[in-house]
Design a protein around this ligand. Structure first.
Ligand code: GAL
Length: 331
């Protein structure tokens, strides 16, 4: 081979190898790093605190409290991000950006948004915790939109089935039925089924008489697992879980999800997300690491759970990857 031809061949194979490396890097799952800054596609830390996930076809949408430093003091903001792999998130929009809708005054609260898609009405319905600065109102706020990441219109607020409601969680069962989990301070926490149009609650499934918030539920291996945190405000505490054969209960005793001295590794539950892959079903614990003085910098603790046969354990947080096709996890 003439030197110039050889040189071209070497360069060509080097380019090909480079392409392969680039392709591998592109297809390799991106790591999820609990507790660290989680940049979106713009390089900004994700603002989706106290959040929830809605899956539509192959896309996951993450909604949560947007506590960006530039936000106006008297308004409250909810942001929406999209992802195909749960690791790389594209900012879509501040889907809710509202002034005090019920004259609640200074320090009014709009927290823990959860968005449901109603396949009959084709509406996206957002539930969030609405309160005054002293957390005495204890209502849900409802907002709705025709598209997942459009501008949601504020509809109304109420106490679900007449009960106090503070922290909210969402649960979609395997049959598609949609439930709201809400903390009812005098009694414990409740799980209630949404009405046909999702604009109300129609049936209480159970009252779990444990004083827990940040309520989350997953159905895994034929059992329901409910997770919640103690009522310690922004400070972390040992989150706990119970199990039941049916949402109606009876529910088991509550047990710690992690060594209690770690206080859930500094986090508080917001959702349990089940990812069913071709090889494995993984359940992700989604938690918030709150920074009350600098809320825009609050972090996320997402870790795959060790779960099954009535046991649930949040392992020590460390970097991990998820293969969204197979459901397999590496950590
Ligand atoms: C927590 C709750 C948060 C927020 C905070 C305010 O208990 O989970 O969502 O409401 O209290 O202190």
């Amino acid at each position: 081979m003439a030197p110039s031809v050889l040189g071209t061949a070497i360069r060509a194979s080097a380019v090909a190898a480079g392409c392969c490396l680039a392709a591998a890097a592109w297809s390799a799952p991106q790591a999820i790093r609990p507790g660290e800054i989680w940049p979106d596609d713009r390089g900004r830390h994700i603002q989706a605190h106290g959040g929830g996930i809605l899956k539509l076809e192959e896309t996951y949408y993450w909604f949560g409290e947007d506590r960006s430093q530039g936000n106006e003091r008297d308004r409250r903001y909810i942001s929406c991000y999209a992802s195909k792999d749960l690791a790389k998130w594209t900012f879509r929009k501040q889907v809710l950006n509202i002034a005090d809708p019920e004259n609640l005054g200074r320090g009014w609260v709009l927290e823990r948004p959860k968005v449901f898609f109603n396949s009959k009405t084709k509406k996206f319905v957002m539930y969030a915790h609405l309160d005054d600065g002293a957390y005495k109102l204890a209502r849900v706020a409802l907002a709705a939109c025709d598209t997942v990441d459009g501008t949601y219109a504020y509809l109304k607020s109420f106490r679900p089935l007449g009960h106090e409601s503070r922290d909210l969680g969402q649960f979609i069962d395997d049959d598609g039925a949609a439930y709201l989990i809400f903390e009812d301070r005098p009694f414990g926490f409740r799980i209630a089924r949404l009405s046909g149009d999702y604009l109300d609650l129609e049936k209480e499934m159970c009252l779990i008489p444990a004083h827990l918030e940040g309520g989350a539920v997953v159905h895994y291996g034929g059992l329901y697992y409910a997770v919640g945190s103690a009522l310690t405000g922004w400070s972390p505490n040992p989150n706990q879980y119970a199990t039941a054969d049916s949402l109606e209960g009876p529910w088991s005793e509550f047990k710690d999800i992690a060594p209690p001295e770690t206080r859930t590794y500094g986090s508080q539950s917001t959702m349990l997300l089940k990812v069913g892959g071709t090889k494995q079903t993984t359940v992700i614990f989604m938690g918030d690491i709150w920074k009350p003085g600098t809320q825009w910098d609050s972090r996320y603790l997402w870790m795959p759970l060790e779960i099954g046969e009535g046991k649930l354990c949040l392992p020590q947080p460390k970097e991990w990857t998820l293969d969204i096709q197979t459901g397999e996890v590496k950590r």
